[in-house]
Ligand binder design. Structure first.
Ligand code: SF4
Length: 328
């Protein structure tokens, strides 16, 4: 349990030590929502690049609603977890609907409950946007806050309810947005997974886990699934690869790319082996054997920079255009 002294100390620390991030200099709900959606699974340094790109391309919820989902995916290219981009597009279109059609007349709603009804918005994002953009007294819970809570209370395996109850009780209702960000900032910069800096922490006087912070919480072992794939990149007569858009569900949904097949394929005389590359997603580790074939029957390929591609497809296409056998 945090005391009033803890709350004051943490907010004072945040006022002096918070990182200077552009979405903290605005109260625009749309810009804040974009930052929260991006930062869920993207580090801040990379998130900055994509946030700027998204805000410049789609400065308002209305501007995204008028765009195609392909244009949103293109702007999101490289940020990963593309379902976020597709849901953002769906969110923008829902917000622009009139109230009688279950929309919000073009204004992002300001309450936790309303935000939670939007596509792609879960409890964390709803609480973050409601508190930061609209000053609503709702507590956020993310991985950083869970770690701070586990250490402060010296618990190895707090449940989701334990963490939410702790966050609800700790919430500083006069500055809820700053409070939520202060706890997350502490977890991101001081109470970090490794190399914890307790000497710089404003909660150190009351922290029960400070003697051995890395014991809390118990690390979850993440096992990645190994996937072996083969891809034959066909090149049209104009030199561009033949690409197609993937279905709107499944891996890399809605993005463009060449076709993959599971497992290694036997060498075919009409294909040239370009190399093998490796690529990791959060739960999968890919080994991809890349081949190239000229398709004389196809006169026009797809310029890769004209469509949205996954990071894996960008690597595959780069390798397929290098005429040497090599591994990465
Ligand atoms: S004192 Fe150390 S372990 Fe406790 S909350 Fe602060 S940084 Fe984390």
């Amino acid at each position: 349990m945090l005391t009033t002294d803890d709350q004051q100390a943490l907010l004072a620390w945040y006022d002096h030590h918070q990182r200077d991030l552009p979405w903290r200099r605005t109260r625009d709900p749309w810009s804040i929502l974009l930052s929260e959606v991006l930062l869920q699974q993207t580090q801040v340094t990379r998130g900055l690049v994509y946030w700027r790109r998204m805000v410049e391309t789609f400065p308002t919820v209305a501007s995204m609603s008028r765009a195609s989902v392909d244009a949103v995916l293109k702007a999101w290219e490289g940020a990963g977890y593309y379902s976020r981009a597709r849901r953002l597009h769906a969110l923008s279109q829902r917000v622009m609907l009139t109230k009688d059609k279950d929309g919000f007349n073009g204004e992002l709603p300001g309450t936790y409950a309303e935000l939670l009804t939007l596509p792609g918005i879960g409890p964390y994002t709803a609480a973050a946007v409601a508190s930061i953009a609209f000053g609503q007294p709702v507590a956020c819970v993310d991985g950083n806050i869970r770690r701070v809570m586990a250490r402060h209370t010296a618990q190895t395996e707090p449940t989701a309810k334990d963490v939410q109850d702790w966050a609800d009780a700790a919430l500083q209702i006069h500055r809820p947005g700053d409070w939520n960000q202060a706890l997350m900032e502490l977890g991101a910069t001081v109470c970090t997974p490794r190399r914890v800096r307790c000497e710089a922490c404003p909660l150190v006087p009351s922290c029960r886990g400070r003697a051995a912070p890395e014991r809390y919480p118990t690390a979850k072992k993440q096992r990645k699934i190994d996937v072996e794939l083969t891809v034959v990149v066909e090149l049209a007569s104009d030199g561009y690869p033949v690409l197609s858009q993937r279905p709107m569900s499944g891996m890399f949904a809605g993005l463009w790319g060449p076709q993959y097949a599971e497992g290694p394929v036997e060498h075919h005389p009409s294909t040239a082996f370009c190399g093998t590359l490796r690529h990791e997603l959060s739960h999968r580790r890919f080994t991809v054997h890349v081949h190239r074939r000229t398709n004389a029957d196809c006169s026009t390929g797809t310029p890769p920079d004209s469509v949205a591609l996954s990071a894996l497809d960008i690597k595959v296409l780069e390798l397929a255009t290098v005429p040497t056998d090599k591994s990465r």
